[in-house]
Design a binder for this molecule. Structure first.
Ligand code: PLP
Length: 284
């Protein structure tokens, strides 16, 4: 596939960065993944605004606006084949001449992007969707999970815990036994028809899919949705659990730590919410 690196479009295999790049040495960078279905992005502006916010938090001087990102990534996708893909965008602080923790003054950020193919959306049908099974564990990541940092080792180690246990995600909870999110996704529960998800704070990534779901459900009005603290006791007695991300959209979870979620089948609120989301997702 064709990638973008520091002003040039080139074959992905030909892209090269310095081993002194602070993205490589320190995980000192910000990234995004934007989903495209039939070559149309979902949540382009909020994704890139989150990236701009993350770069500002790290004082990385990359001054591209949402519109400039749009032009750059439109050019990237015009050079790649396929209908459904994720576009990975990564800005690291750049390569210094030495390895020193303090932010260097005169470095150019490294800007990298490439497109990878993703599956088409799951069917909006409880009987046909591929459900997830998840583990759970205490969240041992850092206290700035709202920053979409390329330093993902905490997430990777948690994901691996779930994966090694035979699951395809892992739910995380803080020391107060409150749900935070998944290792690479946000989390929702449903109880008595009400959809509930943890608030946006430093314990979770402010997911764009999460936002689109909340805003779509509120605009539709037929399903009640709440943002508030969610305890693991609530998660374990929920009727439904969903995990959400740009690549998963809304994925239903049917098993938590080996126990069935609700009656162990994909729930009706998932189907109703996924229909509403699917009808509205390109509006964001
Ligand atoms: N939480 C974490 C830790 C993530 O890595 C992701 C991204 O995939 C999400 C949540 C979901 O965010 P988004 O919906 O913007 O993809």
């Amino acid at each position: 596939s064709i990638a973008y690196l520091n002003g040039a479009f080139l074959p992905l295999e030909a892209a090269r960065i310095s081993p002194l790049d602070r993205g490589f040495l320190f995980g000192d960078g910000i990234y995004e993944v934007i989903p495209y279905y039939n070559r149309k992005p979902v949540g382009f502006a909020p994704h890139m605004q989150r990236m701009i916010n993350g770069l500002a938090a790290l004082e990385i001087k990359c001054n591209k606006s949402v519109e400039e990102w749009r032009d750059l990534l439109d050019t990237l996708i015009s050079q790649n084949e396929g209908d459904n893909f994720g576009v990975y965008v990564h800005v690291s602080r750049g390569a210094d001449t030495k390895r020193f923790h303090a932010y260097p003054d005169n470095v150019e950020p490294t800007i990298f992007a490439f497109a990878f193919s993703i599956k088409e959306p799951e069917p909006v049908d409880r009987a046909k969707v591929h459900p997830y099974t998840v583990s759970s564990t205490q969240d041992l990541r850092w206290k700035r999970c709202n920053i979409k940092s390329t330093a993902l080792l905490g997430n990777v180690m948690h994901f691996q815990q779930g994966y090694a246990a035979g699951n395809n995600e892992i739910l995380l909870y803080n020391e107060r036994n409150e749900l935070t999110e998944g290792s690479s996704c946000n989390a929702f529960i449903v109880k008595d028809g009400v959809v509930v998800t943890p608030i946006e704070d430093n314990q979770i990534l402010p997911g764009i899919t999460r936002r689109i779901i909340i805003d779509s459900l509120k605009a539709d009005g037929s399903i009640k949705v709440e943002e508030r603290t969610v305890t693991m006791d609530e998660v374990r007695s929920a009727d439904e659990i969903w995990i959400t991300s740009s690549s998963k959209e809304i994925a239903p979870v049917v098993k938590l730590d080996g126990n069935p979620v609700g009656n162990g089948e994909v729930g009706p609120v998932w189907e109703a919410a996924f229909r509403i989301y699917t009808e509205r997702k390109f509006d964001f």
